[in-house]
Ligand binder design. Structure first.
Ligand code: SF4
Ligand code: SF4
Ligand code: FES
Length: 219
């Protein structure tokens, strides 16, 4: 008996043929449907390609990265469209009033918890929004250290609060508030990258924390 080399999947209800073993993202590209899903790294890092799935056998399904998930026969794919938003410029030495001015959506949060439940990186998103409202921005920067900017917290938020956009703004604002950035040489910057890109997750977080607090790498 020969195994079929193609499977049928549906993209928002529209059936396409895909090669067994290829990723959802590659199947969309091969079918000429690249515009249906956003993509960045094609390597599971940037979070741009988030989709929600449904399986034909009723298995529980949730959100996946289209560039990491292989197609399966009968799978239904629903791209998560996060609307475009103009970037908000960071500011030096950010305080709560600057955050409120940049993101008037901050005070809309109704504490429903959907953003925290949706986050694939287990970030306490709602708690962090409450920390933003309290002006605890250093803690917010800490919360969003592992954010991949998939946009799911924003996608599920009925009140359009935009948690990850605010988290990124806080991190950028605090980052540009250190004057060591301008004075850095190329070699020193490269050395810092290597230090921050440690393979072990816990070590990476620990180093990121130390880097943010001290503005440099460990002696
Ligand atoms: S989903 Fe929106 S309203 Fe609900 S807790 Fe998160 S930020 Fe607040
Ligand atoms: S964008 Fe939101 S849901 Fe996605 S990783 Fe960041 S905090 Fe979590
Ligand atoms: S394209 Fe970057 S995570 Fe999929």
């Amino acid at each position: 008996m020969t195994t079929k080399t193609t499977v049928e999947i549906k993209i928002s209800g529209e059936a396409i043929q895909a090669q067994r073993g290829e990723t959802i993202l590659h199947a969309l590209w091969a079918a000429g449907m690249a515009e249906r899903v956003k993509a960045g790294c094609d390597g599971g890092v940037c979070g741009a390609c988030t989709v929600t799935l449904r399986y034909s056998d009723g298995r529980a399904a949730g959100t996946e990265l289209a560039c990491m998930k292989s197609v399966e026969d009968g799978m239904e794919v629903f791209p998560c469209a996060v609307e475009e938003d103009a970037a908000v410029a960071p500011v030096v030495n950010p305080q709560l009033p600057a955050l409120q001015a940049a993101f008037p959506t901050l005070d809309r949060c109704t504490k429903c918890g959907s953003c925290t439940a949706a986050c694939p990186m287990s970030i306490p998103v709602m708690d962090s929004v409450l920390r933003m409202q309290a002006g605890e921005l250093a803690a917010v920067a800490e919360d969003f250290t592992t954010c991949i900017h998939c946009g799911l917290c924003r996608f599920v938020c009925e009140d359009k609060v935009k948690p990850h956009n605010m988290g990124l703004w806080v991190r950028r604002s605090l980052g540009m508030s250190r004057n060591f950035v301008a004075a850095k040489t190329q070699d020193a910057a490269e050395q810092e990258w290597q230090y921050l890109l440690a393979d072990d997750r816990e070590l990476r977080l620990q180093r990121a924390r130390h880097f943010r607090q001290s503005g440099g790498i460990a002696p």
